[in-house]
Design a protein around this ligand. Structure first.
Ligand code: SF4
Length: 322
């Protein structure tokens, strides 16, 4: 049995809604509402859902780039939510993030060398010469030449910029990488190259990934397990194969029916998602998906289903399985 690297328990993030001349709190947006999951060493956990489901907020909370409202995040037996800023800085060496838009996350006025060197300076790693050498090595590792070190971000293509973003995340030799939609901004032809690079790096450096995406097709390629989020909650979590072959939650089924399958013999039954995603400021009572679910029963409108293990390692939050 693999060892847990990260354990998330009852994690919540409520953003206050303010109004009136005194900016009083008049409500809250439940961006993440009671999330519990474990990430094991060496695996890739995909987290999927429509935009606004809380997946990116979750990713940022794990690094405490956003402060959780409640809950626990344990990384290598250490509770992250109670760490001081100094202690947090130390642990961030082991947990790094790759962002969706590499152009926005790379300082346009800095050379690639300076961008890659920065995490080493922040964490006090190596002498100037050692840092320079590591920058050059890392550029080669991500498939760029060391001669790229003196160039600026605007001199690269989107795919190359994401390689720089990945190189920067790897500079401190982290254990966990949280990749937030790392290929969504790239052309489809480039997406596969970056995904393959991430897979190769995982094998080479024994990395653990949390891979956040809105597209189940992209996540399938890279994930060992996949968690599906809807309105701030996990509605299904299973091994990648089990989830794609036999999805259980009606929301997962609808998401999957939108992913094209490259097999002319395969007749795909398309299940359209009815209606829009409800506002997380005013989520439906009971099962949050009941306003869009074709299988909705009376109980779904009043009672919130709990995430339960219905087959070995396959968790679902739906009254159909109770
Ligand atoms: Fe549909 Fe009810 Fe299951 Fe929610 S609990 S997904 S409304 S069947």
């Amino acid at each position: 049995m693999a060892e847990p690297l990260l354990q998330v328990k009852s994690l919540k993030k409520y953003f206050p809604i303010t109004g009136g001349i005194f900016s009083k709190t008049i409500g809250e947006v439940k961006a993440v509402d009671d999330l519990t999951f474990t990430v094991y060493k060496g695996e890739t956990l995909g987290i999927v859902g429509e935009s606004g489901c809380g997946k990116s907020t979750t990713g940022r909370m794990l690094l405490r780039l956003i402060e959780p409202t409640e809950g626990s995040i344990i990384f290598e037996n250490q509770e992250i939510t109670s760490l001081s800023k100094r202690e947090l800085r130390k642990i961030r060496r082991d947990m790094q993030m790759v962002f969706q838009d590499p152009f926005a996350s790379l300082n346009p006025r800095h050379t690639v060398e300076k961008i890659l060197e920065e995490p080493l300076i922040v964490h006090g790693i190596g002498s100037k010469q050692e840092r320079k050498k590591r920058v050059q090595e890392m550029l080669e590792v991500v498939g760029l030449g060391s001669y790229h070190a003196k160039r600026y971000p605007h001199q690269f293509s989107g795919g190359q910029r994401q390689r720089i973003g990945i190189a920067r995340a790897l500079m401190t030799q982290p254990k966990l990488i949280i990749a937030d939609e790392p290929v969504s901004a790239l052309d489809v032809s480039i997406q596969a190259q970056v995904l393959n690079l991430l897979e190769d790096l995982q094998k080479e450096f024994g990395l653990t990934y949390i891979f956040i995406a809105h597209d189940l097709g992209v996540v399938r390629h890279i994930s060992d397990r996949v968690g599906v989020m809807y309105l701030g909650r996990m509605v299904e979590l299973a091994d990648s194969d089990a989830l794609y072959k036999s999805p259980k939650h009606p929301y997962t089924k609808a998401l999957l029916s939108a992913v094209p399958i490259p097999d002319p013999e395969y007749k795909q039954e398309r299940q359209l998602l009815a209606g829009d995603l409800p506002s997380p400021a005013n989520p439906p009572k009971g099962c949050a998906f009941h306003t869009r679910c074709g299988a909705c029963m009376e109980i779904c409108k009043t009672e919130r289903p709990k995430l339960k293990e219905v087959e070995a390692g396959h968790y679902v939050a739906c009254h159909l399985y109770e």
